[in-house]
Design a protein around this ligand. Structure first.
Ligand code: SAH
Ligand code: SF4
Length: 366
């Protein structure tokens, strides 16, 4: 649990509770069993944050919730919207004053929210704004879930406002765990949050609409591959050799490529799902034709897809994105070797939508 301050310190954070835990709490308050289901639906299906509006709960229970509970662990500090309005980024303050970021991306067919799982990150990839700022603490399940609920509410409100000429879809279709932090280093809270979002009585988001990205924490990947909830796996590879990956993703010193690849192969075997590999293209560092050939050999025979992402330059870091032709040449080599690969457009550059960048900018005050 994070340290809490201010008026919420004594309150029970409802979003931190599983459905059985919520039932236990209401049982202790002397409520009948079905109340927990009603409250769960208010929170996750109706997206209601105001206890007084929960009309099928008896008045005394609503009053007790107002006095003793909270379902809003995040306070919006700032929101940036890209010029095309299709990427938005929220900075939230937590009860203890720390801040995290959440990004919404609207595509043709999908509405994806990208959520954070830690304040900062201990892994320290040198091209990543979050990694450069160090690790502060894990998020709680409620702090993770609340990021999704924020944008789900927002989309629903906007769709209602534009009811006459609907331009904005009314709900989220995908959740990607690709914001600040290493989700598998905060496994319990992250998994509880995903299970809460998946619960059919509430938010009801299918596991196929969730993807978790890891820097390669091998025991976490093993654990994920045995879960009932089959969330998609993305692995941040960024380099085809241990020598280079030790530098770009320092976790590689603990879990080198041979172990990581073996874990990915087991994941595919057990789940039947393909793995997505993320590869940030850093000009002159990891983007040569020879490195593309090495990557093709590394991934040979593995059910996977490679996302090539020209790096988003962050303040104080020397890394620059590869040019478009370089990225295409890299992709072409993978493709020729039978490995599906896509060069991803960089979204929301004008709002610093790369992970951790807004928080970093505010911390240094410019
Ligand atoms: N810690 C996890 C998830 C969060 S980072 C992980 O590393 O996978 C999500 C993705 O953004 C990762 O692939 C990460 O390597 C990438 N990333 C971080 N900083 C970036 C930058 N400046 N440009 C492009 N991609 C970046
Ligand atoms: Fe942490 Fe991921 Fe950033 Fe690396 S890329 S520092 S693992 S958040």
């Amino acid at each position: 649990m994070p340290p809490q301050s201010g008026k919420d310190a004594h309150r029970v954070q409802l979003l931190d509770l599983t459905r059985p835990e919520l039932a236990e709490l209401l049982g202790q308050w002397g409520e009948p069993r079905y109340r927990a289901d009603q409250l769960w639906r208010w929170l996750y299906r109706d997206l209601e944050a105001d206890f007084t509006a929960m009309s099928n709960l008896p008045q005394p229970l609503r009053a007790r919730l107002v006095a003793e509970a909270s379902c809003q662990p995040l306070a919006l500090v700032e929101e940036l919207v890209s010029r095309d309005r299709r990427t938005r980024k929220a900075l939230f303050r937590l009860a203890d004053g720390e801040t995290v970021e959440t990004v919404l991306m609207l595509y043709e067919q999908r509405q994806t929210v990208c959520i954070s799982t830690q304040v900062g990150c201990a892994i320290g990839c040198p091209f990543c704004a979050t990694g450069r700022s160090g690790f502060v603490r894990n998020l709680t399940p409620g702090e993770i879930v609340a990021q999704v609920l924020h944008y789900a509410r927002r989309l629903r409100e906007e769709a209602q406002e534009e009811a006459t000429s609907p331009q904005v879809p009314s709900s989220l279709s995908n959740v990607v765990v690709m914001g600040m932090g290493e989700p598998l280093a905060n496994y319990e809270a992250t998994w509880q949050a995903l299970e809460t979002l998946n619960d059919g009585q509430g938010f009801a988001l299918g596991a196929r609409h969730m993807t978790l990205s890891t820097a390669g924490l091998v025991p976490g990947i093993e654990r994920m591959s045995q879960e009932k909830l089959q969330v998609g796996l993305a692995v941040s590879l960024h380099a085809p050799t241990d020598r280079l990956r030790n530098r770009l993703v320092p976790l590689n010193r603990r879990y080198p490529l041979a172990e990581l690849m073996a874990a990915c192969r087991r994941y595919v075997q057990r789940t039947g799902r393909r793995v997505t590999f993320e590869y940030a293209l850093l000009q002159g560092i990891n983007d040569s034709d020879e490195q593309a050939e090495q990557l093709a050999r590394l991934l040979h025979g593995l059910l996977c897809h490679v996302n090539l992402i020209p790096v988003n330059p962050v303040q104080g870091s020397p890394y620059q994105p590869s040019s478009r032709p370089r990225a295409e040449s890299f992709r072409h080599i993978l493709q020729r070797a039978g490995i599906a690969a896509t060069v991803r457009l960089r979204r929301g550059l004008d709002i610093e939508a790369g992970c951790g960048q807004l928080r970093q900018r505010r911390a240094i005050g410019n």
